[in-house]
Design a protein around this ligand. Sequence first.
Ligand SMILES: *[C@@H]1O[C@H](CO)[C@@H](O)[C@H](O)[C@H]1NC(C)=O
Ligand SMILES: *[C@@H]1O[C@H](CO)[C@@H](O)[C@H](O)[C@H]1NC(C)=O
Ligand SMILES: *[C@@H]1O[C@H](CO)[C@@H](O)[C@H](O)[C@H]1NC(C)=O
Ligand SMILES: *[C@@H]1O[C@H](CO)[C@@H](O)[C@H](O)[C@H]1NC(C)=O
Length: 570
Amino acid sequence: MMMMVSLSFTRWVLTTSLLSSAVWASTHIVHEKRDSAPTGFAHLGSAPDDQILSLRINLAMGNQAGLEAALQEASSPTSPTFREWLTKEQVESFAAPTVETVQAVTEWLTSFNITSTPITPAGDWIKFDIPVSTANQLLQAEFSIFNHTESGQTSVRTLAYSIPSDLQAHVKVVHPTTSFNGPLRGRSPITAISAARFTPEFEKRATVNCNATITPACLQTLYSIPTTQVSSSTKSSIGVAAFSGQNANTKDLATFLKDFRPDLPSTTTFTTELFDSATNSQTGSQAGVEANLDIQYTVGLVNGIPAVFEDIGSKTQDGADDGFLDSINDLLAQSSPPLVFSTSYGFDVESDLSLSLTVAYCNAIMQLTSRGVSVTFASGDGGVASTPGVQCTGKPFPPTFPTCPYVTLVGSTENVPEIGAGLTAGGFSNYFPQQSWQADAVNAYIAKLGTTYAGLYNASGRAYPDVSAQGERVEIVVDGSTGLVAGTSCSSPIFSSVIALLNDELLTAGQSPLGFLNPWIYANPQAFNDITSGNNPGCGTQGFSASEGWDPVTGMGSPNYAAMRTAAGL
Ligand SMILES: *[C@@H]1O[C@H](CO)[C@@H](O)[C@H](O)[C@H]1NC(C)=O
Ligand SMILES: *[C@@H]1O[C@H](CO)[C@@H](O)[C@H](O)[C@H]1NC(C)=O
Ligand SMILES: *[C@@H]1O[C@H](CO)[C@@H](O)[C@H](O)[C@H]1NC(C)=O
Ligand SMILES: *[C@@H]1O[C@H](CO)[C@@H](O)[C@H](O)[C@H]1NC(C)=O
């Protein structure tokens, strides 16, 4: 099941007959390959020569090491320049490819009569449309049609591609090539994490028992979240991502606020930013469970902090990753992106996307966090299998998507008092190494684990989730009905709202926003409610167990607002 991407260095010489000029008759090197398509994809044959492919190239940043160092300085609690986030211009000056990179890649493409256009302000991503025949020559590839047999959706991919050896250092990834989306859920290639568990039912709010039903009032009590309206001049902000045609309904939000936050002005709402031909339809029957959940558990908790619904449609600019990269690039292009950005969608498992593409995507997130934006994701709902339905019995636990270290992954708790929720995807990445800021906490857990699950998880990988929040029996309104939902989809917006409220206080006090959170989170265990029981079954096992300190079910724990406030320097 685990499809490992191998970087191979098989070489062969490109025959000159394929070339318009001899300039690029240099050795081609396989840039990325996989032995076969992932389980569930059938090879249908070669792609027609004249079919147009929309390709993206991620160019090497001019100074990635400089950006990494600057972000480390800004995010390490012990750094003298802690929380001195970078400006848009500073980030772009690190991220912009060098003149040599641009020239080398432009010459290569020009020799195939290809003109590219940048799709990011820094110019580190470019795109162009070419026929399959040209793509096969350019990349020494065999673009073929693959059928995702469960859904019947076909896509054009290649199992390997090569680029001239002189370009190895300049080109990070060409996309779409060797990345295959995992098993589709419903009609969409992205899993709306909680949707399957939605069962409309009416509740009696007057008698809410927080151990049975989670509402904003429960969260305010449980996590000591402030309830007072923020100043209208607040500089804090929060955004939630939407994909796969999920619509956030304003009428449902109004109903939700009337029922659960009657203390907020009835005009409290959100703004919408539409990208890639998204529409955010306001037809009641088209309200999305995921989108409504995300909006209700941000707007319903942030006490008037501006909330943005970032709606990514199907006409994505980023090739074939269903808008994930677009959602980050769209924010990178803004002068004032929301200071917390929560995403409750994910691919099934880490290995759905190739290592190079995953790293390139993570580098875009790194750019955003460098500007002081906290990027949060739901960790996934399949326990150690990451996503429900992933077949992994007797095999290593497949890590979730994304495991990018610049993302704060949020797992789920349930009940009051809280225990870890069994659905939480938690574990260890195979793509990103363990991060220095989590080493002590994570190694302490691994030591306790001893030989349990040896060989089933990667002890040297980036461990997740980082934190957790309630994710079972969460009450929302969809198309006028109240119902309960479950999933880490609940936890990410809830945790993000806490960050937005802390940012409001920090900015009011003339301080910087929390920005890239993880080094600060692991340095402040006392700021979280340590959850010490619960486990996340999957792959035919009982999964990991929560325990004192960090664990792969609840991370460092759930928010303790008062303690987080102190830890933030307020
Ligand atoms: C590029 O365009 C020129 C002029 O139209 C043509 O002669 C040449 O064959 C083209 N090269 C390739 C690789 O398509
Ligand atoms: C893809 O696979 C499904 C399931 O086997 C099949 O019904 C469908 O016809 C296939 N599509 C194509 C284009 O072959
Ligand atoms: C909370 O609910 C769970 C089941 O959902 C139950 O097992 C537990 O005993 C309840 N706890 C309390 C304190 O009522
Ligand atoms: C385990 O993680 C390390 C660090 O990221 C990585 O280099 C290694 O390839 C991973 N192992 C497997 C089996 O994927």
